[in-house]
Design a protein. Structure first.
Length: 120
């Protein structure tokens, strides 16, 4: 099994990048957890609408606007992921600084491109 990944900002809409990421992460053998505003299922992955105390999260990949990220800072830090990926449109200098203070790596990158180029 690959890296256990939490998709934050998961969507049921198949045209959304977070939905594509869930599908591609699974196709690449990663265990996927998902958090979003609407409950549902994408490719066998349940989208949770409550912040769950997931264990052993390797990567958090963000698909939420920087203006909405602050309410999740403590939650994400508390998961103790190895890294956080800031997908296009989610860049957030304030959160980068918080992650650095907590010794959590981060990348400003596209999860889909990383998977496609085997850099994930």
């Amino acid at each position: 099994m690959g890296k256990k990944t939490l998709v934050v900002g998961a969507s049921l809409n198949p045209a959304r990048y977070s939905n594509l990421a869930i599908n591609r992460l699974k196709a690449h053998g990663n265990e996927v957890k998902a958090f979003g505003l609407k409950p549902g299922e994408v490719n066998g992955v349940q989208i949770d609408t409550e912040l769950m105390p997931y264990k052993d999260i390797d990567t958090v990949t963000l698909y939420i606007n920087p203006s909405r990220q602050a309410m999740y800072y403590d939650y994400i830090i508390g998961l103790k992921p190895k890294r956080v990926i800031f997908n296009p449109g989610t860049e957030n200098q304030e959160f980068y600084n918080i992650l650095k203070q907590n010794n959590i790596d981060f990348e400003v990158a596209c999860t889909l491109v990383m998977l496609g180029t085997r850099q994930y």
